[in-house]
Design a protein around this ligand. Structure first.
Ligand code: SAM
Ligand code: SF4
Length: 329
């Protein structure tokens, strides 16, 4: 699948639920209204759509949310997609999770062929963790992280860099990740969906974080890529990597290889734009595989050039109305 700007679309991110057991302040409002369950694609519908994308050249799928591991019977989807790995055409199956129930799922994930997980952890301080997630207990996420490691999964820690919240923790987190063999990926906060906080107050440019880290750490250039938008450096002192996802300070759209499917079967061709294609209606009206393939091609042909995220005093509202938990980041 090649989009109008010549980019090969090989990566599908699938949000399997909009629900979450946490309410991270930069991601959700405190009183989020979640979708009625009837609006969600069934696990069979999700697997069928993933199968169509794989048939058309998708080789990497990331399961996300909301919190993907709170979706009932999600293991059935991992098992079904796991069968598509290898000769089935899929090269990598992975997920992004807040880790709260990862301890119960780590062995299952490894058994389904998952090799890597991204776990979101913005702080190592228990009280700050509860504050930023509005309800979480850090022990559960840490248990999940170490269960994943014990199950043989490579763990990458995702942390959103937030001004005045975790700026002073980034260097200690890099050390902690190095000690335990995890890569760390830092993310700039993006203006998606209405939240209670002022995003101008939260926004911390990663260019600043990187130059601060360089005072303590040797960050060597590498062309390591995971198929995502992060720019990685080898951390000489730890042997692990640190990645920077900089949608605000450096627009990564020119190399975008992905599209995003929501749990209701809406395909967003760009994280930062509103145009979307509905697949639930097509699936429930009995579309055949040829029709499904044609609809996917038609959607890819509408993929826009890029997003227009801006955060400053004149642009405090969201660039798109939907929250990150709808499309899963
Ligand atoms: N619940 C899972 C988790 O937290 O890992 C998966 C979904 S979550 C929406 C995916 C990632 O998006 C997380 O790493 C989270 O920190 C990040 N995220 C959420 N809202 C964001 C925002 N407004 N800007 C930047 N990253 C955001
Ligand atoms: Fe939930 Fe993930 Fe959003 Fe936090 S970032 S509220 S864990 S979906």
């Amino acid at each position: 699948m090649i989009d109008p700007f010549g980019r090969a679309i090989t990566y599908l991110r699938v949000s399997v639920t909009d629900r979450c057991d946490l309410r991270c302040t930069y991601c959700m409002s405190d009183d989020m209204k979640f979708l009625p369950k009837a609006e969600l694609l069934t696990l069979e519908e999700l697997d069928r759509l993933c199968g169509a994308f794989i048939r058309l050249g998708t080789n990497k799928i990331r399961i996300t949310g909301g919190e993907p591991l709170v979706r009932r019977d999600v293991q059935q989807l991992f098992a079904a997609l796991g069968r598509r790995l290898g000769a089935g055409g899929l090269r990598e199956l992975t997920l992004t999770t807040n880790g709260t129930t990862l301890a119960q799922h780590a062995e299952m994930l490894a058994g389904c062929g998952v090799k890597r997980v991204n776990v979101s952890l913005d702080t190592l301080n228990p009280a700050k963790f509860t504050a930023i997630t509005r309800r979480g207990k850090i022990e559960k996420t840490l248990d999940g992280i170490f269960a994943a490691k014990a199950a043989g999964l490579a763990v990458k820690i995702n942390a959103v860099a937030l001004k005045g919240f975790n700026e002073d923790e980034i260097s200690p987190m890099l050390a902690w990740c190095g000690e335990h063999g995890f890569d760390l990926c830092l993310i700039e906060t993006m203006p998606m969906g209405a939240i209670e906080e002022d995003r101008t107050d939260q926004y911390l440019p990663l260019s600043l974080v990187r130059s601060r880290l360089r005072k303590t750490w040797t960050l060597d250039d590498t062309d390591y890529r995971t198929g995502g938008p992060a720019r990685y450096y080898n951390v000489a002192e730890t042997g692990q990597r640190v990645g920077f996802i900089t949608p605000m300070t450096h627009n990564f759209c020119e190399s975008c290889n992905r599209v995003r499917l929501t749990c209701t079967g809406t395909l967003y061709m760009c994280l930062g734009q509103d145009d979307a294609a509905d697949f639930r209606g097509l699936l429930r009206n009995g579309i055949d595989d040829a029709g499904l393939d044609a609809a996917i091609h038609a959607a890819i042909a509408r993929k826009p050039k890029g997003h227009d995220f801006i955060i400053d005093r004149d642009h405090q509202g969201p660039a798109v109305a939907r929250h990150m938990s709808v499309t899963g980041g």
